[in-house]
Ligand binder design. Sequence first.
Ligand SMILES: [Zn+2]
Ligand SMILES: [Zn+2]
Length: 269
Amino acid sequence: MIDLHVHSTASDGKDTPDQLIYKAKERGLTAISLTDHDSIQGLTLAESVAQSVSLLFIPGIEITTDYLSTELHILGYYVDYQNPKLVQACQKIQAGRQERAREILSRLSKYGYNLSWEEVVDSSHDFVGRSHIVDKLVDKGLVTPRNRDAFFDLYLSKTGRAYVPHYYITPAKAIGLIRQSGGVPVLAHPGRMRGPWDLAVLVAMGIAGLEVWYPLHTKKEVTFYLEQARHFKLISTGGTDYHGRGQQLLGCLGVPEETIERLQEAAAN
Ligand SMILES: [Zn+2]
Ligand SMILES: [Zn+2]
């Protein structure tokens, strides 16, 4: 069992990087990649724990990008996470994320939902996303757990009352960043990406893989994306997008072993 798409507390996951590795080992996974949103902060710890329990670890990242007002997520595998340009880019994106979170808090307060910055920020990492904000509102009793999703839709979704757009880089820039740090760029969950994007354009930008196996992809979509990957000579990858919430289990998608070899080969070239 292989899982190439997993989030930890270094972005919006519930499990710390070390907890994730222990869970993966317990479930019998043979390989895992930690792919936090715009963050490399969990990779050192995850890699060292994976080594100590003899689990194959692939350092990863998931970069949020903007392509003609459509959000596209680009995964990067085997990135050198000490690469200065990658580190700097992540810091810049996180700073933008924090600025945005402060603006969301100020908008929410106009509707009577008061949260201070100190209440949402966590000393262990820099990531402050919308899910952290709504979690804190639930913790404080300002939103009931039952209304969490409805609240998110009404206030924090793209059309929500307190929504603030994010600072995003372009897919071309993300692909370039991943490549210059030795990594393999892969388009995440194409089935979830609505809007005017075109795989041929991303291939021209240098994308090397396509996330074919994904919990929200239908059987039909999996077949379609496998075919697309073959057509464009892309590496087919897969992962659960595990965040430690809900029903999604680590490593339950049947991603073939050869995926790892293909990623290793591509990273070495
Ligand atoms: Zn994503
Ligand atoms: Zn993800």
